[in-house]
Design a protein around this ligand. Structure first.
Ligand SMILES: [Ca+2]
Length: 179
């Protein structure tokens, strides 16, 4: 992935970012989102590389050096597919939603991680949202996800969900997933 530098005459020379997840089918840059995730005044970059999301913290130098790079989604059964950045809560930091697929031996489902911006861009899912039973979420590519029904289904079979999955759902504020 290459950063092209803006200049008075438009985009000029580029700098290639270090690939933290090299592999034949990993496709660094499948999706990306920018913002100041840690609130230090420097723009950061969230990038999907393979099935994992990485945050490259600014500042970015023409030599190719960046701030700290962190892999956010460390859950092996979560596969990042899209990123959306925006300021969701009232602080000055950019927050990040990671959309992805969760794969278990029984099924594949869509999932979203909401990650609040912060000093460490803490990698665990956090925050909460109320979703009505009939809610349908439309993704950027037009795909419709029946999120309300999905959550009801998870709740009804909560005794069969993996510990990882329950922890993720509990972290998103779904109290029935708390042990
Ligand atoms: Ca920053």
């Amino acid at each position: 992935m290459t950063i092209l530098w803006g200049s008075a005459s438009g985009l000029s020379t580029g700098t290639t970012l270090p690939n933290k997840n090299p592999g034949r089918n990993n496709y660094m840059g499948k999706d990306l989102a920018t913002g100041d995730f840690n609130g230090d005044g420097k723009q950061d970059l969230a990038v999907i590389n393979g099935s994992k999301t990485y945050v490259y913290r600014g500042p970015f130098k023409r030599s190719g050096t960046t701030g700290t790079v962190t892999m956010l989604d460390k859950t092996s059964s979560f596969y990042s597919t899209a990123l959306i950045a925006g300021k969701v809560n009232g602080d000055s930091k950019t927050d990040l939603a990671i959309i992805g697929d969760v794969a278990t031996p029984e099924y594949i489902a869509s999932d979203v991680w909401f990650i609040k911006g912060g000093a460490s861009s803490h990698p665990r899912p956090s925050g909460s949202v109320t979703v009505s039973r009939g809610h349908v979420e439309t993704l950027p590519d037009g795909t419709e996800v029946k999120l309300g029904v999905w959550i009801m289904n998870q709740k009804s079979r909560r005794t069969k969900l993996s510990t990882d999955k329950l922890a993720t759902l509990a972290g998103l504020g779904l109290e029935w997933a708390t042990a």
